[in-house]
Write a protein that binds this ligand. Structure first.
Ligand SMILES: NC(=O)C1=CN([C@@H]2O[C@H](COP(=O)(O)OP(=O)(O)OC[C@H]3O[C@@H](n4cnc5c(N)ncnc54)[C@H](OP(=O)(O)O)[C@@H]3O)[C@@H](O)[C@H]2O)C=CC1
Ligand SMILES: CC(=O)C(=O)O
Ligand SMILES: [Mg+2]
Length: 620
């Protein structure tokens, strides 16, 4: 009888003294080595005969992890049993990449480019990641903000193949069983959302899955974390978005969002199940939860699990990095600035808290540091005793003895901040009048419009430069094209947590840190700032080019390893002596490897006729 067995179980046949491998006699040890080398996932076993499954032949084309398309050589096509299943042409990965670049650029609509990338991800994983990694500036806006926002909004319409795990409240009591359905057993990182605050687009329920998928694509493309170590998850607890509830295309649970103790116990069960399934070191990144849950869960879980909240902590890292780099333009330390935030939510409070930490490192007391930060929420200035708007949680730290003020322009004129940061999703809130005011009392005003996606930004890059006489230092959460003002072209940097979370995750995973300390984000901020060079600054950017994020991620991870061994929070022993080499050694390789076992051809195997592969011209 034939049976399909996983490669990991092939060693079960070791009790046999000899086997027949694809018709060739071999010792068990040789056969096992061949099978392991062959990187096949399944083999048929019949009696003492182990045969690479014929069914799995075609699965080399169907499985995105194994598929190389026309890049399979003649030897591989014959050895894997896929000869004849593709056209005769052989291509290099470089030729395939060129075709992909041409194909993706042929689409006019960004959503179609997104769909092309999704289809490529589903078809050929290595090609997808190499394409993305080598074309970050062109493709990050497609797989990530802003296009991913649109993809989430159209999720029901564009949904074709599943990616990630959807765990609903109906799975309560069985969350672990659902996790067991995920086909990978060695998951090291989970990005989870409940879809309540997707970018600045609000509650998108289960359609929020695009975000964990996009974030984890960046884990691999920007930090070399292996794709099979990554798991995107949506906790579907319903949605309060009435439009979605009435949308026949909505694919999530069609009911109001669960809240209160039942919701909490569901999230508790998820956390416990994740650790039971993948071990206590599994990294769990919270993404785009509603404000009221984000802070609570960070406080509740950070000392118990290996977890962080990207919107609070990752965003803080990237903003502080920009502020550190801004010193090269303004000559001011962070503590020599006065800050005004529009927004007092996850991103704004996260940034403010990390700025305070940075200012303390620069020598300020906690009170002095908090005193330099002014904040506004939907009810206006955080002023003690204001009649409207609670000052709960961290908001209270930044509330000032001040009369209530509602409008941003008045606060700007009164406070005269040197740094204006928007994390409110209030598009256009930085009006020309406000920008002009910033330029009237600052030589080089710092303006961060961090809200995503693009149409939620507090101002555009063009508005910022035009209304500050080209003197502002600008960055935004989603990318803006270069702006030419009075003959000078500015290339604004992207103040997005994508500079931070992939590198932090890489460092945490490699050091196997149990709990993620705040210091890691300060350290990551410093690392990214160190990668900014004079030409970046001259071009108008506080960040290194997107094409350098991989280097930043490796540097962040290396510094995290150094720090975690110094602090005794790393749990991998023996301690790697050369930390950077250790990081490099563990990066995902998106180049194709031979699909042939190293020992191929098997002794006495029929000779494979080969012919030279002729270099062919790329498409025009
Ligand atoms: N660039 C980046 O890397 C990141 C960008 N972001 C972006 O930041 C934005 C906010 O995210 P997040 O902080 O998580 O969301 P939250 O919901 O936690 O916070 C939003 C904050 O903005 C305030 N707010 C809303 N509307 C207005 C308004 N008209 N005027 C003044 N304040 C207003 C809210 O007030 P109240 O408290 O009263 O409700 C709240 O304090 C989103 O667009 C998100 O995409 C987020 C993370 C990373
Ligand atoms: C970038 C990001 O995490 C956000 O906008 O939510
Ligand atoms: Mg987010």
């Amino acid at each position: 009888m034939f049976a399909l067995i996983p490669r990991s179980l092939v060693t079960n046949v070791s009790s046999r003294s000899a086997v027949s491998l694809s018709g060739q006699k071999a010792t068990v040890q040789e056969a096992v080595k061949w099978l392991i080398d062959s990187k096949k996932d399944y083999h048929t076993v019949s009696g003492d005969t182990i045969t690479p499954s014929k069914v799995m032949g075609i699965d080399h084309l169907r499985d995105p992890r194994l598929n190389k398309g026309l890049a399979f050589t003649l030897e591989e096509r014959q050895a894997l049993g896929i000869h004849g299943l593709q056209p005769a042409r052989f291509k290099t990965q470089e030729e395939q990449l060129e075709l992909c670049r041409i194909s993706v650029m042929r689409y006019q609509e960004n959503l179609n480019k997104y769909l092309y990338m999704t289809e490529l991800h589903d078809r050929n994983e290595k090609l997808f990641f190499r394409l993305l990694s080598e074309n970050i500036e062109m493709l990050m806006p497609i797989v990530y903000t802003p296009t991913v926002g649109l993809a989430c909004q159209r999720f029901g319409l564009i949904y074709r193949r599943p990616r990630g795990l959807f765990i609903t409240i109906n799975d309560r009591g069985h969350v672990y069983d659902v996790l067991k359905n995920w086909p990978e057993s060695d998951v090291r990182a989970i990005v989870v959302t409940d879809g309540e605050r997707i970018l600045g687009l609000g509650d998108l329920g289960a359609c929020g899955m695009g975000i964990p998928v996009g974030k984890l694509a960046l884990y691999t493309a920007l930090a070399g974390i292996k794709p099979h170590h990554c798991l995107p998850i949506v906790l579907d607890v319903g949605t309060n978005n009435q439009t979605l509830l009435e949308d026949p295309l909505y694919v999530g649970l069609r009911q109001k969002r669960l809240s209160g103790p039942e919701y909490d116990s569901f999230v508790d069960e998820f956390m416990q199940a994740a650790v039971k399934r993948y071990g206590q070191n599994v990294l769990i990144q919270f993404e785009d939860f509603g404000n009221h849950n984000a802070f609570r869960y960070l406080d509740k879980y950070r000392g118990v699990y290996c977890t962080f909240n990207d919107d609070i902590q990752g965003t803080a890292g990237v903003a502080v990095s920009g502020l550190l780099a801004s010193a090269r333009v303004t000559g001011k330390k962070i503590s020599e600035n006065k800050f005004l935030f529009l927004g007092a939510g996850e991103a704004a409070i996260g940034i403010a808290d990390l700025c305070v930490k940075a200012m303390q490192v620069e020598g300020l007391s906690l009170e002095e540091a908090r005193g330099k930060i002014w904040m506004m929420d939907i009810d206006g200035l955080l002023a003690k005793g204001r009649p409207e708007g609670k000052l709960d949680g961290h908001k209270a730290y930044y509330a000032k003895e001040h009369k209530p003020v509602k409008d941003l322009a008045s606060v700007v004129n009164e406070v005269k901040p040197s740094v204006l940061i928007g994390a409110s999703a209030a598009s256009g809130a930085f009006t020309p009048e406000i920008l002009k005011s910033m330029a009237s009392f600052n030589d080089r005003p710092i303006i961060f419009a961090l809200s995503n996606p693009t149409d939620r930004a507090e101002c555009t890059a063009e508005q910022a430069y035009n209304n500050t006489d080209g003197r502002c230092i600008f960055s935004s959460g989603s990318p803006f094209p270069p702006v030419t003002y009075k003959g000078t072209t500015f290339y604004p940097g992207q103040g997005n947590n994508a500079y931070i979370f992939p590198g932090v995750a890489l460092g945490v995973i490699l050091a196997r840190i149990h709990h993620i300390k705040e210091e890691l984000f300060l350290l990551a901020a410093q690392a990214v700032a160190d990668h900014v060079n004079d030409s970046d600054i001259q071009k108008g950017s506080l960040y290194p080019p997107l094409s350098c994020i991989r280097e930043c991620s490796v540097d962040i991870a290396t510094r995290i390893l150094d720090y975690s061994y110094q602090e005794g929070i790393a749990t991998v022993y023996p301690e790697p002596q050369d930390k950077k080499a250790y990081v490099m050694q563990h990066l995902y390789n998106y180049n194709y490897e031979s699909a042939l076992p190293t020992t191929w051809p098997w002794p006495n195997a029929p000779e494979i006729k080969t012919r030279p592969i002729e270099p062919t011209k790329l498409m025009a």
